[in-house]
Design a protein around this ligand. Sequence first.
Ligand code: C2E
Ligand code: CA
Ligand code: CA
Length: 728
Amino acid sequence: MKLKAIPDQLASEAAPLDLTRLLTTITSNLVGMIYRSRVDATWTMEYVSDHCLRLTGYQPDEVMFNKRISFDQITLPEDRERIRRDIHATLEKNEIFEVEYRILRADGRVCWVLERGVGIRDESGRLAWIEGYMQDISEQMAANDAMLEAIRRYSSIFEHATEGIFQTAPDGYYLNANPALATIYGHASAGELIKHLRDIQQLYVSPTRRREFLDLMHDKGEVINFESQVYRVDSSIIWISENAHTIKNPDGSVLFFEGTVVDITDRKQHEAKLEHLASHDSLTGLPNRSVLRDRIDQAIVKARRDGDKVAVVFVDLDHFKLINDSLGHHVGDRLLLEVAARLATCVRSHDSVARQGGDEFVLVLTEQHGNNETLAIISRLLEVISQPWMNDGQEYGLSCSIGVSCYPQDGDDPDTLLRCADAAMYKAKASGRSTYHFYTPELNDAISDRLELENKLRHALERDEFRVYYQPRIDTFSGRIVGAEALIRWDCPGKGLVPPDSFISIAEETGLIVPIGQWILQEACRKNSAWQRAGLPPICVSVNLSPIQFRHAGLVKSVATALQQANLDPAYLELELTESFVMHDAERINVAMQSLKSLGVDISVDDFGTGYSSLSYLKRFPVDRLKVDKSFVRDIDTDPDDAAIVRAIITLGHALGLKVVAEGVETRAHLEFLQQHQCDELQGYYFSRPVPAVEMGALLGGMLAFTTLQAASGSEICNIVPIRGIAI
Ligand code: C2E
Ligand code: CA
Ligand code: CA
């Protein structure tokens, strides 16, 4: 190492300069190692400063002149080639070289060094030595590595995130966007998104949304879960949620916004679906009860403002329970769908149709000005619902009962209006179904009457309040009583004898018909057996079966038990089923009828002519009698249509080998017509009203007198006058 000589005049003033000491001071205070090495195969060190120990873990003596180890051996083998190449390349140009590489310290640790140096040539100009400085840079390298790793990681996150990430200028253009954002908005790449979307305002479906974003950024410095609908590049609309914050300059001015975007369309659709499910009926898709109340509320608010009226129309299908119970729920569901569709055709766009539950629908008619307007819609409803319904090739007659309440006269809140419409609907049902009724305050009494009746009915059986009346059935030609129909009466305390029409439907709706029906079966069998044991001429007693009983699994068994307990020959029991029910689920009912028939009882089809009988079914059913409905008999002598129907039924019955019974025979004219057309059996007030068992016994006992009377007067049959006093 050469140092320049100190100028003479300065040297004279100072202490003699000890260059070696000075050099030692400098080298020992340096944070690195000074060295001189040969440019040879092992980088033979001719000099290393004391720092060598700290840098390499080897004493300077051990390294110099390769005493223990050469410097080339200290470097990592994989770096060696590069070090040599880099150093030579720079030295050739006579420049200061700088090279970073790893060394393996004596203690086995690897550390990074930075080596800087110059080349020294010998007299011949050959590159013979390098002199320089070497420093441990492990810490900086580690820090660099960490930083590089962080950058690599963050850029990977940016590139591969599933969330869209953006930086945008307050002016509304993108500074930066990641591929995920491009994908969310339907662009092929982030570059394309940035190029295409010059004004972020265009992104939002709502024209005020960008403004709201900017206002929040201005006021709060951030937006959190900012949900908006946006257009994708193909114009489709999606939902996104943004989280973003403002990046500011040190002077507080806004530099840009930075944030993330998530596509939440699926979630929004799911939420909307859940909301729809909660507010709509799953079968028909119509608004449900809870939405109905809102609709009525809104209609009231509007009517109050516009000075018009609202009609709440309660629509209840007649005999739905029957269809549902006899044909199964899948058919019931199909019918409800059909009805929902039909109702929808009767209302205007500003009206609502909702399903209240079961077979009850509610219409909210707005902008009503008077009953006439409402009536027009109701007549249409009745007409549309009463169109026959085809299901699986079978035609069904439908009808509904309608109750109407109006705002403002009947109430001014949804609950009151619904209650009133419901009461009016019950009134319509009670007046014979397939009709409508407007609410009147007196109806409340009728409703509470019904509830009271239902309550009392629940206890009627255990309190022994039911009675069985019997109505004789007469052979048209012999005039003999050949049978009797058991008809239930309810001796309700405080109400007297309640006719079946007032409570059978309640008993059916509540399921009470099953135990009640069983009781009648037992009672009728017991009584019939008692008459026979008392020596009266044997007759066949018929018992009406409700479809609900028929649907009940234990029917066959309970018929068998009733016969057995009464010790009655099955030939003296007949079961009556209504025609409309028989036709509902012909196949299944045929099977059930067969098992009843196999007990040995007779089966008759009641109210014949009112249903939709198919001849082919009738032929296959194990039926013994057809009972012509009394509505046809009533005007048989005055109405040619009715007369024709009854004649046809008699002919049909006979063709199928069945006996035909006419019900509701009230006059002599009825009797003559039926005799003339060979009707087999007759039942009606002309002979006898339904009478208590005691009187029926008396009639049976007096039958001899009756036939004698007939015999005496040729073909004359007279009204039977019950002979009292014969108690059974
Ligand atoms: P239904 O089976 O058609 O019974 C005949 C109905 O016609 C009886 O009414 C009877 O009193 C009435 N009637 C008989 N002759 C005449 C007449 O000449 N003119 C008129 N206008 N009517 C006549 P009731 O007893 O009031 O029974 C009504 C309905 O209640 C019955 O109609 C039947 O469907 C049902 N019912 C009666 N008892 C029972 C029962 O024990 N179980 C079931 N499930 N239903 C029953
Ligand atoms: Ca009957
Ligand atoms: Ca009948």
